[in-house]
Design a protein around this ligand. Structure first.
Ligand code: ME8
Length: 641
């Protein structure tokens, strides 16, 4: 059976950051893994270029929209090329074939009676390109997904009969427990559908930067809703609506997406496909969110990490390894140089790199670099069994998208190799004249490295090729079948010297972003202690962004006994308005110019009709309330933690 693997198509309103790189790395890893197993695999990525958001970004940049989209799309493509992402196709939603395919799909759904024309009035978030019912808005105004202000839009619209597919969708989730991975994410989708689906507005008249309506509908007032346009990329890329040239790859095996866009992929997309009478993808793999040093990345904070910058400093394959090893698929992860350096030094350099260097050194000394597997079974059957056991477990982890478990399991091989060297002391055996035994241990380790390299190759393709070259074999489906599935050992060969693959990193190689917390501790603290329900992980604490603020203005809120309205400088472009219930304890004037500690990443809330964009830290006991303040003055915006 063939495999079809996709990434989301990325918006061209900004260049790629580490989150985009993560999705692309996992999808690339999966595509390489399937090819290694001999599967006929098609891997798609690309860019999503229509919609109001892109149109507005182009205006801001002072460029014609197409020119703007061309430029940003090229930055994604160039980056993936530089990273040697093994995509088979890079689709752009401004491609003519794609646009025609979307029109064909629209016509087909219309012909089926699934699309009708009506009026839409609702709260629209431009940033998310989504309408929200009033009940879902925060404080009646703000987008529940991104927190930005929504605007009321009333327009004529074509609607897709999403409600018609409610029951079929629910049945599909029930019958296909692997449709949404990790399974823990399925509930939020199921509950959303159970809550009742409203028909979906699938065209817009308020802007023009979108796929035009099919000619047969003769209605050029409308353009397609960007999500309808975008989701169709997964089939137009295969020739849907044109020549169906690659439709044999459909249905997709895995659509990789971030958790932010799971709903679109797990509800709208399957409903569209049902309407088109096409089979549904096997799995939607929804991964978690990456933060930087415990903080959400955003352009305004200036703490967005450029994957190119990290790759230039640390090597793209080290970054791939880190990201895939660091977080369980589906959970959020934190990027910090410290965590990256720790993994490079301990896992790549110590466990893997040293092992290779040690056997090159030993075989050079003991056997003129010749490695012979003839006695491995005789002296190391226990190690071979343990190794084969671990190798067998790998496929299950990868199929479940659990790359961190996959790598953890794979690293057992290096532990077996390192353990064998320490336990059997080949140098001592040489002294005792037990040459066969010593050489068997060296050969065992060479075999471990060979098999591990094959299985590590989807994650670190270049590095593992260097290892394979040193061990005189090539990584491909043949060697996978021979050495991994067949459990065979390497034939007699001469090992080659290689320069150290993972030089230790002694100090951070990139400058920290100004707002990053330099001492943010590593998020995952492993402990054998039983977890106390009341304790939180350090990472959870750092989800709260605490900052030093300077009160610039303060005034009483009329008619309120408790509230003061403050303008607080948090070192950002504009001051934050904070409405605080401290009037009984502080006069407005006494606060001006003083420092406070602010919870800076609270969703904005309205208090007595006024927006509050933060919360002050204070301590209250029977003697009253006092604000928590830094002991010495600190710059506005200084992180606390
Ligand atoms: O949503 N952590 O495009 P997009 C982890 N065009 N992943 C992240 C991330 C972060 N901080 N930030 C972004 C769109 N991503 C639509 C998709 S598909 C038919 C249309 C990743 O440019 C993650 O995979 O906003 C997320 O789903 C995707 O980038 C969103 O990219």
């Amino acid at each position: 059976m063939s495999k079809y693997i996709t990434t989301p198509i990325y918006y061209v309103n900004g260049e790629a950051h580490i989150g985009h790189a993560y999705t692309t790395f996992i999808a690339d890893t999966m595509a390489r893994y399937e090819r290694l197993k001999g599967e006929d695999t098609y891997f798609l990525t690309g860019t999503d270029e229509h919609g109001q958001k892109i149109e507005e970004s182009a205006v801001k940049a002072g460029k014609p929209t197409q020119e703007f989209a061309d430029e940003i799309s090229a930055t994604f493509k160039n980056l993936w090329d530089e990273f040697e992402i093994s995509y088979d196709q890079f689709i752009r939603t401004t491609d003519e074939d794609h646009k025609k395919g979307v029109q064909k799909a629209f016509e087909a759904m219309y012909a089926k009676g699934d699309i009708y024309k009506d009026f839409y009035e609702g709260h629209y978030c431009v940033s998310c390109e989504t309408f929200f019912p009033e009940t879902q808005l925060v404080d009646g105004e703000f987008c529940p997904d991104c927190g930005r202000t929504t605007s009321i839009v009333k327009e004529e619209s074509y609607f897709f009969k999403l409600s018609k597919y409610e029951d079929r969708l629910l049945k599909h989730y029930e019958d296909n427990p692997d449709f949404i991975l990790p399974r823990s994410r399925a509930n939020e989708v199921i509950n959303f559908v159970k809550g009742g689906l409203r028909d979906l507005s699938v065209t817009r008249t308020s802007f023009t930067w979108g796929v035009k309506m099919p000619e047969s509908l003769n209605d050029d007032k409308h353009v397609m809703y960007v999500w309808l346009d975008a989701l169709m990329n997964y089939i137009t890329a295969l020739g849907y609506g044109k020549d169906d040239a690659n439709m044999n790859y459909w249905p997709a095996s895995t659509h990789f997406v971030g958790k932010d866009i799971l709903r679109f992929h797990a509800i709208y997309w399957p409903a569209f496909l049902m309407s088109l009478d096409l089979p549904l993808p096997k799995t939607i793999g929804a991964h978690g969110w990456w933060t930087r040093d415990g903080e959400k990345m955003s352009k305004s904070k200036g703490n967005v990490i450029s994957p190119k910058e990290v790759a230039d400093a640390y090597g793209v394959e080290n970054l791939r390894y880190f990201m895939l090893r660091e977080v369980p698929f589906g959970q959020d992860g934190d990027f910090s140089q410290r965590a990256l350096i720790d993994r490079i030094n301990s896992e790549l350099s110590n466990d893997l790199g040293n092992l290779l260097n040690r056997i090159i050194g030993m075989s050079g000394k003991y056997s003129d670099f010749e490695i012979d597997s003839k006695d491995v079974q005789k002296y190391h059957s226990k190690e071979l069994d343990a190794m084969n056991e671990a190798l067998k477990n790998l496929d299950g982890f990868m199929e479940n998208l659990q790359t961190h478990r996959y790598l953890e399991e794979l690293w057992k091989l290096f532990a077996i190799g390192n353990g064998a060297i320490t336990g059997f002391e080949p140098w001592a055996k040489m002294k005792e004249g037990k040459v066969d035994e010593a050489l068997a241990t060296v050969a065992l380790v060479a075999n471990i490295l060979a098999k591990a390299s094959i299985m590590l190759s989807p994650i670190m393709p270049k590095t593992t090729n260097i290892i394979a070259d040193a061990l005189n074999f090539e990584i491909n489906n043949e060697s996978y079948k021979d050495l991994v599935l067949g459990e065979n050992l390497l034939k007699l060969f001469n090992i080659k010297k290689v320069p150290p693959l993972f030089p230790r990193v002694e100090e951070p190689l990139m400058e920290e972003a100004p707002v990053a917390q330099p001492n943010a501790p590593k998020k995952e603290v492993k402990t054998d202690k039983k977890e106390d329900d009341n304790l939180i992980e350090i990472g959870q604490f750092f989800e709260t962004s605490l900052k030093v603020g300077v009160v610039v203005e303060a005034e009483e809120v009329p008619k309120s006994k408790k509230l003061l309205k403050l303008q607080v400088d948090l070192g950002e472009d504009t001051n934050r308005q904070v409405v605080a219930g401290i009037k009984e304890f502080y006069s407005a004037e006494s606060l001006i110019g003083t420092q406070v500690c602010v919870v800076a990443n609270l969703k904005p809330a309205k208090l007595m009709g006024m927006m509050s964009e933060g919360m002050l830290l204070a301590a209250k006991d029977e003697d009253g309330l006092c604000l928590v303040r830094p002991e010495k003055p600190k710059k506005a915006g200084t992180p606390i933690g």
